[in-house]
Design a binder for this molecule. Structure first.
Ligand code: NAP
Length: 459
C-alpha cells in the first residue's frame, strides 16, 4: 500500500511518502538493537521516564496542531482529536509516574531461600498499528515499552503517515535516543522479515482479525510472544429498569463517535422487550439530529469515514445485510452530493442469526438492534459472538449488573456508561478480539523478562 495522506472530507491527496527500503530497515533495526544493549535500556529507568514526561508536555502544548493533523488525515471530529491528544499525554505521564513501581523487584517468600522476580527489557518490539486513533494506538505501545527499556519499531497504517512521522519527531524532541522509537513506512513482507529477525523479541498488533492472524502466526513460527488488540462487536444492553433517556443518548454517541470506527464502539444494541419501542424511538431521534460536514468544523457531529475503501466496504455490508432480511429502520446509504466518505447514521433491526450481519463487525455508524425477553436471553445473545472485546450494560439495579457482568464473555464491561479507556485500566479482549493487555500495570508486563533470582545455596 502506498503511504499517502488523503483528506477523507474531500478525498484530496495532500502528500505521498517515500517508503523505506530493506537497507534502511536493517540500519534502523541495528540501531534499535544496539540501544537495547546499551545503558540507556539496561540501566537506570529515570532518563527514560524523563523522556515520557517531556513527551506528555510536548503533546499537551501542541495539542491543537496535532489534533488538526489527525482530523485532516483520517476524518475524526476535531473535538475528538483533541481528546485523543489529551489521553496520549495522560498515558505518557502515567507510565512516567508509575513504571518504576510496576517494575520494581517482587519478593517471593520461598522455602528455597531469598527469592524475588526482577523485570528486564527483552529487545526490540515490532508494532503494527491502525489508523483509527493514530496517536493513541502508538502511545499505548510506546510508553510502557520505553519505560521498560525495549526499543519500539512501528509500521503504522498506510493512510496516516503524517501522524506516524510526527510521533517519531516528537519522541526525538522529547530526548529519546535514536533507535528508541522508529517509524517505518514498510510493506507487509518487510514486517514479516522483521518479525523473523532474532533481534525482534516481541510483536504487538492492533487491527483486524485477518492482520492479527497473519502477524501472530508469523511470530509464533519463530516462537515469539505477540499481543493482539483486534476487532469487536460490543454489546450495549439496555435492561427494563434502565434510564432510557440516558441510555439512548449515550448509546447513540457510543455508536457514532469517530464515525463509528472504534473497536469498542457499541455495535449490537440488546434491548429488553418492555423498553424496546421507547429506546428505539429516542435512539433514532438522536441519529436524526446528527449533522454531517467538515470534521474541522465544531458544529459537525458526524464526520466522514477514514477512506473511500472504508465507505465502499460499509456500504456493501449494509446492502448485503438488508438483502439477507435485515430491516432498514433508519439511514442506510452513503451521503449523496459530496466528495467525502460520508455514510448516514444507520439502524438495522430484524437481523437473524443466519444473516452475515449477525456476526460481522460494522466499522462505521451502523447500529444493530436486537430485542430480548429476559436476562438469560441477553447473556446468550451477547456471548453468541466471535468477538469479546468490550461491552456496556444499562440498569438501575447494580446487583443485577454485577451478576450479568460476570457472565458476559468480554475483556471489558462497563455499567451505565459506554466502554471507555484510561491509562490505569487494562485494555484488551478475549476470543477473536485478541489476547494480551495494553495500558495499566498489566500492559507494561507483556514484554519484560520476569526473571526469578533465588539465593538458594550457601555463599
Ligand atoms: P488492518 O487492515 O488490520 O490494519 C491495521 C494495521 O495492520 C495497518 O498498519 C495495516 O497496514 C497492517 N496490516 C494489515 N495486514 C497486514 C499483514 N498481513 N502484515 C502486516 N501488517 C498488516 O485494520 P483496519 O481495518 O485498518 O482497522 C480496523 C480494525 O482494527 C477493526 O477490526 C478494529 O476493530 C480493529 N481495532 C482494534 C483495536 C483494539 O484495541 N482492539 C483498536 C483499533 C482498531 P496497511 O495500512 O498498510 O494495510
Amino acid at each position: 500500500m502506498p503511504y499517502q495522506t488523503i483528506n477523507p472530507f474531500n478525498n484530496q491527496l495532500i502528500k505521498e511518502y517515500q517508503t523505506h527500503n530493506d537497507e534502511q530497515v536493517e540500519q534502523a533495526l541495528a540501531t534499535a538493537h544496539q540501544l537495547y544493549k546499551s545503558d540507556w535500556a539496561q540501566g537506570e529507568m529515570q532518563p527514560r521516564l524523563q523522556v515520557l514526561h517531556k513527551l506528555a508536555e510536548l503533546m499537551t502544548s501542541r495539542s491543537e496542531e496535532l489534533a488538526k493533523g489527525i482530523t485532516v488525515e483520517m476524518g475524526k471530529l476535531i473535538e475528538q482529536s483533541r481528546a485523543e491528544i489529551k489521553i496520549c499525554a495522560a498515558i505518557a505521564s502515567y507510565y512516567a509516574d508509575n513504571a518504576a513501581e510496576f517494575l520494581k523487584p517482587v519478593p517471593y517468600p520461598s522455602s528455597l531461600g531469598e527469592a524475588w522476580v526482577e523485570h528486564h527489557p527483552i529487545g526490540v518490539i515490532m508494532a503494527v498499528e491502525p489508523w483509527n486513533f493514530p496517536y493513541y494506538q502508538l502511545m499505548r505501545v510506546l510508553a510502557p515499552n520505553l519505560a521498560a527499556g525495549n526499543s519500539v519499531m512501528v509500521k503504522h497504517a498506510s493512510i496516516v503517515p503524517h501522524c506516524a512521522e510526527t510521533f517519531e519527531k516528537l519522541l526525538s524532541e522529547a530526548g529519546a535516543p535514536k533507535g528508541a522509537y522508529t517509524n517505518l513506512f514498510i510493506s507487509q513482507d518487510q514486517v514479516a522479515a522483521l518479525i523473523d529477525d532474532d533481534r525482534v523479541q516481541g510483536v504487538a498488533l492492533t487491527g483486524s482479525e485477518k492482520a492479527g492472524a497473519v502477524v501472530a502466526a508469523r511470530a509464533a513460527g519463530k516462537l515469539k510472544k505477540s499481543t493482539l488488540e483486534l476487532g469487536g462487536n460490543d454489546i450495549f444492553a439496555v435492561l427494563d429498569d434502565a434510564d432510557i433517556d440516558h441510555a439512548a443518548k449515550v448509546g447513540a454517541q457510543a455508536r457514532i463517535a469517530n464515525a463509528g470506527q472504534v473497536c469498542t464502539a457499541a455495535k449490537r444494541f440488546i434491548v429488553h422487550q418492555k423498553v424496546a419501542d421507547e429506546f428505539l424511538k429516542k435512539f433514532t431521534q438522536h441519529f436524526s439530529e446528527l449533522k454531517t460536514g467538515d470534521p474541522l468544523d465544531s458544529n459537525t457531529t458526524l464526520g466522514p469515514l477514514s477512506s473511500a475503501q472504508a465507505l465502499k466496504t460499509l456500504s456493501k455490508q449494509v446492502s448485503e445485510a438488508v438483502k439477507q432480511g435485515a430491516k432498514l429502520h433508519y439511514g442506510g446509504s452513503a451521503v449523496a452530493n459530496n466528495a467525502g466518505n460520508f455514510f448516514e447514521a444507520t439502524i438495522l433491526t430484524g437481523i437473524t442469526r443466519d444473516n452475515p450481519a449477525y456476526f460481522a463487525e460494522f466499522f462505521g455508524p451502523v447500529a444493530q438492534i436486537y430485542v430480548v425477553e429476559n436476562d438469560e436471553q441477553l447473556v446468550e445473545l451477547a456471548n453468541d459472538s466471535h468477538y469479546g472485546l468490550g461491552g456496556a450494560l444499562f440498569t438501575r439495579d447494580l446487583a443485577r449488573a454485577r451478576r450479568l457482568a460476570s457472565k458476559i464473555e468480554t475483556g471489558m464491561l462497563y455499567v451505565n456508561s459506554a466502554t471507555d479507556t484510561a491509562p490505569e485500566l487494562p485494555f484488551g479482549g478475549v476470543k477473536r478480539s485478541g489476547f494480551g493487555r495494553e495500558l495499566s500495570d498489566l500492559g507494561i508486563k507483556e514484554f519484560v523478562n520476569q526473571k526469578l533470582v533465588v539465593l538458594a545455596g550457601k555463599s
